[in-house]
Ligand binder design. Structure first.
Ligand code: ADP
Ligand code: ZN
Length: 291
């Protein structure tokens, strides 16, 4: 069975064809331009294949309410050319196949639950810390949507006692994204993350915010696995610091061996390397076909 997937990002669109077992047979990447040009690139790519369904993991905010007139749209994104853009409808019409649709991070957590580090589990979260922070949530065997979709990158965090930086988020200042995403690190320390590798105070503060956020996600979502990735997590020393900080912030309140005895296997990098997003998109297509 041939399935298509799109990982739709603000800077690039990754697309691939693969099978129902998560094997990728081909992939390509196109810069994100205006919707019309970008859709042309993507449609030309998929028209070379006989896919049975397409899945899209998309930057947001997006409309996931199947009863809404604007279901399958990108809604009020700051990337203005893309605001109020029908994504699903265009591909359904042009490719004439079922089109699955979800957030990029929900796609990624789905990929990890299906084939990666959370394989077979009923619940997991996927946190990406890059240009922004996004959190995909899989709970009770399904992706969480609710009113809109989770926006775990924007939980408000307590400041580190030594942090004088006000925060980068234009809405909240000191939310997770405002304090811990790549641009916040750069604004706080005056250099990009990868130029700060040898400054322990940078990563101690970073781990404080990430650990605090994960502790918040644990007490609210109660995931069986926490998967952590994105450009900032390429500082691999952060993993251990974040694990310790998460345990410290939970302060013994969530009394489970996964946290108290086996945190190394609880907070982990993706099992699918750099592919959870695109493989998850393929899985979204598969699920839509079998809906
Ligand atoms: P995006 O979020 O745009 O999809 P990434 O996940 O690659 O892309 O995140 C980009 C952010 O991650 C940038 O702010 C960049 O400075 C930061 N970053 C990338 N590599 C590293 C690294 N090795 N160490 C620290 N920060 C990094
Ligand atoms: Zn915010």
């Amino acid at each position: 069975m041939l399935l298509g997937g799109i990982e739709a990002g603000g800077t690039k669109m990754v697309c691939a064809v693969g099978d129902e077992n998560g094997n990728l047979l081909d992939r390509a990447s196109f810069p994100t331009r205006e919707p019309k040009e970008t859709f042309e690139d993507l449609l030309n790519y998929f028209k070379k294949y006989e896919i049975e369904a397409l899945g899209i993991g998309c930057f947001g905010p997006i409309d996931l309410n199947r009863n809404s007139k604007t279901y399958g749209y990108i809604t009020k994104t700051p990337k203005l050319a893309w605001a109020d853009t029908d994504f699903v409808g265009v591909f359904k019409k042009e490719l004439n196949v079922p089109v699955g649709f979800d957030t990029d991070v929900n796609g990624a957590v789905l990929g990890e639950v299906t084939w990666g580090a959370a394989k077979g589990l009923d619940s997991a979260i996927y946190i990406t810390i890059g240009t922004g922070v996004g959190v995909g949530v899989y709970l009770n065997g399904g992706l969480l949507h609710g009113l809109v979709h989770p926006e775990g990158g924007h939980i408000i965090l307590a400041r580190h006692p030594k942090d004088t930086y006000e925060g980068k988020c234009p809405f909240h200042k000191n939310c997770m994204e405002g304090m811990a995403a790549g641009p916040a690190i750069e604004a706080r320390w005056g250099k990009k993350g990868y130029e700060l590798a040898d400054r322990p105070e940078v990563w101690e503060m970073e781990a404080y915010y990430i650990g605090q956020a994960i502790a918040d996600y644990i007490v609210t979502y109660s995931p069986e696995k926490v998967i952590l990735w994105g450009g900032v997590m390429h500082q691999e020393q952060l993993f251990d610091m974040v694990r310790k900080e998460t345990v410290r912030q939970l302060a013994g309140y969530v009394h489970h061996d996964a946290i108290l005895k086996d945190i190394d296997n609880y907070i982990v990098a993706p099992g699918l390397g750099d592919d959870p997003g695109i493989k998850g998109a393929i899985r979204l297509g598969y699920l839509e076909l079998n809906r």
